[in-house]
Design a protein. Structure first.
Length: 191
């Protein structure tokens, strides 16, 4: 069964607008089934990066996307992930990100997670882990903090847990990024 997804577009006022939008989406290889004034129907939901590409392609033509509720929710979830896993969050005992989501959005976690997966094409849990691992890389390369302190800052249960997740996500050991820091410092001292 093929599902359809509607994209609302602001600024479309005539037949030429319909043609211009259709052509722009064809250039982006977006599978469009219908284009009407103010609305495009695609074969399936577009990922956030695809939506940004559409937005960027339509802007010079004088059109803008009207953000739907799902896209807005995903954007807000990403901002919440960034806030919680910034390295500055005070993780309470028994912390669960799902509890933060429920409290913040006043919605059950599974519905938020389903919307996130549908829009982004990746589970919320995987997104969070990839975000945390990127933050670990940053802290390993740009700070001298020990792995245990980084684990604590980012809500991992232990340095060993962080190491396992890091290796599983990147295929590399955390020590690889420590070496990058050492090499960076050595080159700075030679200059």
């Amino acid at each position: 069964m093929v599902s359809e997804y509607k994209i609302q577009i602001k600024g479309m006022v005539c037949g030429r607008c319909i043609s211009a939008v259709r052509e722009a989406l064809q250039e982006l290889h977006v599978p469009v089934t219908d284009v009407r004034l103010g609305e495009v129907t695609t074969v399936s939901a577009l990922t956030a990066p695809d939506m940004e590409a559409v937005r960027a392609k339509l802007a010079p033509l004088g059109f803008d996307l009207v953000e739907d509720k799902r896209t807005k929710l995903v954007r807000e979830v990403k901002m919440l992930v960034e806030q919680v896993y910034s390295g500055e969050y005070d993780f309470p005992q028994g912390f669960r990100f799902s509890d933060v989501v429920v409290k913040h959005f006043n919605r059950d976690y599974s519905s938020v997670s389903q919307v996130f997966s549908a829009v982004e094409g990746i589970t919320l849990e995987k997104y969070i882990m990839e975000f945390r691992v990127e933050k670990v890389k940053e802290l390993l390369v740009y700070t001298g903090e020990p792995l245990s302190a980084i684990a604590f800052r980012l809500g991992f249960s232990s340095a060993a847990h962080l190491s396992r997740q890091f290796r599983s996500t990147t295929g590399l050991n955390a020590s690889h990024f420590r070496e990058m820091r050492r090499a960076k410092e050595a080159s700075r001292h030679q200059s």
